[in-house]
Design a protein around this ligand. Structure first.
Ligand SMILES: [Fe+2]
Length: 568
C-alpha cells in the first residue's frame, strides 16, 4: 500500500480489515541541515490510556517542527512538542506526541505525520495501526528487550537489531513489549542522541505500525539527563499515566482484552549498579553549553530506591485492582532486570526484585513476568514462595538467604497452570552484540546454577591507577526454578497468543512460542563458532499457560493461601 492509498482511505481513517499495513521506511534519512527542518523521523506508536480507543503517535525531527500534526481521515490532530537538551553533548532533541482518541475497538486506521516544514509534506510519512479489541477477545503480542541499533559504530549495537524488528513485523502482533535497554546510548556518552536516532529509525520499521511499549532498563540511565537519567527516554515516549506525582512514565499499567499488563522500572529496586558509569582513566567532560561539571572516574549513576517505595505501593494497588476485577483473567508484568536468570556471562538474578516484588506477584497471582537484561532466553517453572537459605557464598561456603523462588512443579509438561505459580521468561534476546547464552551449571552434578546479586556493586578502584570497576558480589544457588535455556543462540523473539476461552467459568490460555535466530551469535559460547546477523527465526519451543477465567466463581481462590481474594 502506497502512502497515497493510505491517505485516500476515507474520512474516518478506517481501513478495511483485509488491508495490509504499510511497511514504514527504515532507511536512515540523509544528513540534512537541522535548523528549521521539521521532517518526521523515528516515528513510533504507544497505547493511549485505553488501548481499545486511543493511541499516541510520537516522532522526532532534526529541527523544531512548525505545526506538527497527525492526520487521520479528515481529522488533523495537533501534536504536543517536548524537547530536552542532552546533558553531555548539549544537543537539543525535539519530539512530538499526538494523542489520538475516540477510535473504534479492534479497527484498522491509516494515519500520516507531517508539519509545515516537513521536507516530505507533499507525500508525508504514513502508515497504519490497529486498536485493541474490547472485552474478552483473542490477540497476539510479542516481546524482547535489549535491542540496540544496527549501526555497529556504537557500543553494543549489532546488525541483528534490524532483523529483530523485521521478525516482529513478520509475526504481526497487536503490539510489542520492549523490555528495557533500548539502545545503550549511555555506553556512548558523547553521542547519545545519535544512538537514539539510529534506534528510532530502525525501530520505526515496526513501531510505526503497532505500539511498542517499553520499560526502562539500566542503559536508559544517562548522566545529566534528569533525576534518574531518564530525560531522553521520557521525552521520546508518551506512556499511560500512573497517577503518581513526579514519577510519570517510569511505570504504568494498561488493559488489553482480558490481560492486565503492568510495566515496572526495576532500576528502583535492584541492588546492581549498572547505569551510567565513568570507568576512567579519562574524565567525562560535558559540553560547556550544558553547564555540567566534569564527571570523575569512578562515578556511577545509581538510582536504587529513587521512588522511596512509591512504585511498590502503586504496584500492590494495581495488582489488587486487577485480581478483584472479574474482567481481568491474566496479569503480565514487564521489567528489565531479572529475578530468575541463571546466565553465567550475564548479570544473573537480583535479590532486590525477590525481596520487594516477588511476594506481591505471589499474593496476586501474577501469571507471567517478562524481563531482559541477560542476552539470552530462559524459562522458569511456575514459581510461588521462596526456599530459605538456598544460597552459598562461593568464596567461603557460608549460607546466604537468596530467597530462591520455589518451583511448584518441576515437571516440564509444556502446560502450566499459572494460578498456582508465576512463569518468568528472560527475553534479553533482541539484538545487542554481547550474547549471554552460556549458563551456570554445577560441575559436580550438572544441575542448573544461578548467581544472585545480593548487595550493591559500587565502583572500586582497580589495579590500574585511575581505572574503576563495579565488581559484583554474588551468592550461588542451585537454580531449581530453571526449566529451559537456549544455548544455541542469544537472539530470538517470543510470540504470545491469548485465547480468552469461550464461556464464563471456563479456562483461558496463552500459547507462547519462542523463535530463535540460530547462527546470529557473533561467537557461540558453547561451540566457539563465529556467526553473523541472520533474518531466519525458527521455533525453539512452544508451551501453554492456562488458568481459570476470573468470571468463574472459584477463580480467585489463592493457591498459596487457600483464602479468597475479596471482590469489590
Ligand atoms: Fe540491562
Amino acid at each position: 500500500m502506497s502512502r497515497r492509498q493510505v491517505l485516500a482511505a476515507g474520512g474516518t481513517g478506517l481501513l478495511a480489515a483485509t488491508a495490509t499495513p504499510a511497511r514504514a521506511a527504515t532507511a536512515r534519512r540523509a544528513a540534512r541541515t537541522t535548523a528549521g527542518d521539521g521532517t518526521p523521523e523515528q516515528v513510533h506508536l504507544t497505547w493511549g490510556d485505553d488501548p481499545a480507543t486511543s493511541v499516541v503517535v510520537s516522532w522526532v525531527s532534526p529541527g523544531p517542527a512548525a505545526r506538527p500534526q497527525v492526520r487521520i481521515g479528515q481529522r488533523v490532530i495537533a501534536a504536543e512538542t517536548r524537547e530536552y537538551t542532552d546533558g553531555i553533548s548539549g544537543e537539543t532533541v525535539w519530539t512530538y506526541h499526538a494523542r489520538v482518541g475516540g477510535l473504534r475497538p479492534g479497527a484498522l486506521y491509516a494515519y500520516a505525520v507531517t508539519a509545515d516544514n516537513d521536507d516530505d509534506a507533499a507525500d508525508p510519512f504514513s502508515s497504519t495501526f490497529r486498536t485493541a479489541p474490547q472485552g474478552r477477545a483473542p490477540f497476539r503480542f510479542t516481546s524482547f528487550g535489549d535491542l540496540g541499533t544496527p549501526n555497529t559504530e556504537w557500543v553494543l549495537s549489532y546488525g541483528q537489531s534490524a532483523y529483530a524488528v523485521e521478525a516482529d513485523e513478520s509475526f504481526g502482533p497487536l503490539f510489542h513489549l520492549l523490555n528495557g535497554d533500548l539502545c545503550y546510548a549511555n555506553l556512548n556518552p558523547g553521542v547519545q542522541t545519535m544512538v537514539w536516532r539510529d534506534f528510532g529509525d530502525n525501530n520505526q520499521g515496526s513501531a510505526a505500525n503497532r505500539p511498542w511499549m517499553p520499560c526502562p532498563g539500566n542503559h536508559e540511565v544517562e548522566f545529566g539527563n534528569g533525576p534518574q537519567g531518564f530525560a531522553s527516554y521520557l521525552t521520546r515516549y508518551t506512556l499511560p499515566d500512573n497517577g503518581v506525582p513526579g514519577f510519570g512514565g517510569r511505570w504504568y499499567a494498561l488493559r488489553v482484552g482480558s490481560v492486565l499488563f503492568v510495566s515496572l522500572d526495576a532500576d528502583d529496586v535492584v541492588y546492581q549498579d549498572a547505569g551510567a558509569f565513568v570507568a576512567g582513566p579519562d574524565t567525562l567532560t560535558p559540553a560547556a553549553s550544558t553547564g555540567h561539571p566534569p564527571i570523575a572516574p569512578g562515578t556511577s549513576f545509581y538510582i536504587r530506591g529513587y521512588s522511596g517505595g512509591a512504585q511498590t505501593a502503586w504496584l500492590e494497588q494495581a495488582l489488587a485492582a486487577g485480581r478483584t476485577d472479574e474482567s481481568v483473567d491474566w496479569i503480565v508484568v514487564q521489567m528489565h532486570q531479572c529475578a530468575a536468570s541463571s546466565s553465567a556471562r550475564g548479570n544473573g538474578s537480583d535479590l532486590g526484585i525477590r525481596q520487594d516484588w516477588l511476594p506481591l506477584f505471589d499474593r496476586y497471582q501474577v501469571d507471567l513476568v517478562l524481563a531482559g537484561h541477560d542476552h539470552n532466553y530462559e524459562r522458569s517453572f511456575p514459581l510461588r514462595g521462596a526456599d530459605p537459605d538456598a544460597g552459598r557464598d562461593p568464596a567461603t561456603g557460608a549460607v546466604v538467604n537468596t530467597l530462591r523462588p520455589h518451583a511448584v512443579t518441576t515437571a516440564d509438561t509444556g502446560v502450566f497452570d499459572t494460578s498456582a505459580g508465576t512463569v518468568h521468561l528472560i527475553l534479553g534476546c533482541g539484538g545487542a552484540v554481547d550474547n549471554a547464552n552460556d549458563y551456570g551449571t554445577s560441575r559436580t552434578d550438572g544441575r542448573h546454577q544461578a548467581k544472585v546479586l545480593t548487595c550493591a556493586n559500587r565502583p572500586a578502584v582497580t589495579a590500574t591507577p585511575g581505572v574503576y570497576a563495579r565488581p559484583p558480589s554474588y551468592a550461588v544457588e542451585d537454580a531449581t526454578w530453571s526449566a529451559r535455556r537456549d544455548t544455541s543462540t542469544g537472539y530470538g523473539i517470543a510470540v504470545f497468543d491469548v485465547d480468552p476461552g469461550t464461556e464464563a467459568g471456563g479456562q483461558t490460555s496463552i500459547t507462547v512460542r519462542y523463535y530463535h535466530a540460530v547462527g546470529a551469535d557473533p561467537v557461540n559460547p558453547a561451540t566457539g563458532a563465529p556467526g553473523r546477523p541472520t533474518p531466519d527465526y525458527t521455533e525453539f519451543e512452544t508451551f501453554t499457560l492456562v488458568r481459570p477465567r476470573a468470571d468463574s466463581p472459584s477463580a480467585t481462590r489463592s493457591a498459596s493461601t487457600g483464602t479468597s481474594v475479596t471482590r469489590t
